[in-house]
Design a protein around this ligand. Structure first.
Ligand SMILES: [Zn+2]
Length: 390
């Protein structure tokens, strides 16, 4: 009997990486030492924080099938058509900018904090139409949009080619660092096949917990994957968000169904396009499902509430393979006596525990604990301490 169960478990398989193969662009040991020595003698490019995060995700296979920074064909195809030149779905350009046309066919890449990390084989140097990229990818050419401002600041001369990484940048949260190969191993070890990924850059309130647990009801496991890469200055700091997760998991999540790990990407705030990109990345980490909330990866009022849901209709289901799970705004309804959404609760807003983001920040800033239906007290304590420390 036991052996039958084991066999059934072993037969469960995880979703394939995007493009079929998990990319590994790292070298170690003697190879790494030799490449580091060569890099020291090459012309070098200093990466931004975003580019450093991109490099690290290329290295680990989180951006499979990318093996380097995009050449012109992949860049233009991504911008215009949301596919790589080879036809695979892809939503966000991953590019390296340079001030001057590099001399030579190999470039050393230096992390934003200093220190050489990788060598890029120069395939192509090309001019990008950043305004067109802004309009197509961000749906605006306004510099007030942080993602648009970023690509304008990077400039229009791009260098494309495969990278080989001999030194991974220091992870922001070493305890939560897991490469795709590691999350996949963790899922497989626990016998998970259907895994839902949840991405956030905000502190977790009851609404998020409810969505995560609704999704978990239908699959084997939950990957809580808070984004710890570069965000806007006014987002809640990653260390505070991670601490919120720690206290929440300790108290309210089944340890054998939940995996917490850091997602090292830098935010673009590209809304719908970034939702697709986030889903593809999570597929590489081994997720079969991905939660897409309202205004996923949005900023200001650049995107419609459900744009990040609708964009998935632009792909054939088999193209992405990972299944998006769409959620609406959720809340506690006093009359239903439970968490709910407009889809599941017939009562109007006066029945709901509703607090605006501004109101919550004011309460926490005064040291007041929001209603338990809105935020777990353990999470409120972490946030109050953080607001008071500012
Ligand atoms: Zn209700």
């Amino acid at each position: 009997m036991a052996s039958t169960e084991t066999t059934a478990r072993e037969q469960k398989t995880l979703i394939n990486p995007h493009g079929g193969t998990l990319v590994d662009r790292t070298v170690s040991g003697d190879q790494a030492a030799a490449l580091a020595e060569e890099a020291a003698g090459l012309p070098s490019v200093r990466l931004t924080e975003k580019q450093t995060a991109d490099l690290d995700m290329i290295a680990s296979g989180a951006l499979s099938p990318l093996t380097g920074f995009m050449n012109k064909a992949d860049y233009e195809s991504t911008v215009e058509d949301m596919h790589l030149a080879g036809g695979l779905a892809w939503a966000i350009p991953v590019t390296l900018s340079t001030d001057a046309t590099p001399s030579g066919d190999r470039l050393a890449l230096e992390g934003y904090e200093g220190g050489l990390l990788a060598v890029l084989d120069v395939e192509e140097v090309f001019e990008a139409d950043r305004r067109n990229e802004a309009v197509k990818v961000f749906r605006t050419d306004e510099e007030a949009h942080p993602g648009v401002a970023q690509i304008y600041a990077e400039g229009s001369t791009l260098v494309g080619g495969p990278v080989t990484v001999f030194q991974r940048p220091e992870p922001a949260f070493p305890a939560l660092h897991m490469d795709p190969v590691e999350t996949r191993a963790a899922f497989a070890e626990r016998g998970w096949s259907r895994v839902v990924g949840f991405q956030t850059r905000n502190p977790v309130h009851r609404a998020h917990e409810y969505i995560q647990k609704c999704a978990l009801e239908t699959v084997d496991g939950l990957l809580l994957h808070p984004l710890v890469g570069k965000t806007k200055g006014d987002d809640v700091p990653a260390e505070v968000r991670v601490e919120c997760y720690r206290v929440l998991l300790d108290g309210y999540y089944p340890a054998d169904r939940t995996q917490l790990a850091a997602f090292p990407a830098a935010m673009r705030y590209a809304g719908p396009r970034e939702a697709v990109w986030h889903a593809i990345c999570r597929k590489n980490y081994g997720c079969s499902h991905f939660i897409v909330g309202r205004d996923h990866a949005g900023v200001g009022s650049y995107y419609g509430t459900y744009d990040a849901h609708l964009i998935f209709d632009e792909f054939e289901p088999h193209e992405l393979d990972i299944e998006p799970m769409f959620f609406d705004h959720t809340f506690f309804c006093r009359t239903c006596g439970s968490m709910a959404s407009a889809k599941t609760c017939p009562h109007d807003q006066e029945h709901h525990v509703f607090l605006s983001g501004t109101k919550v920040r004011e309460m926490l800033g005064r040291g007041e604990v929001p209603p338990v239906e809105f935020t777990r007290p353990e999470v409120a304590e972490v946030l109050i301490a953080a607001y008071r420390g500012q």
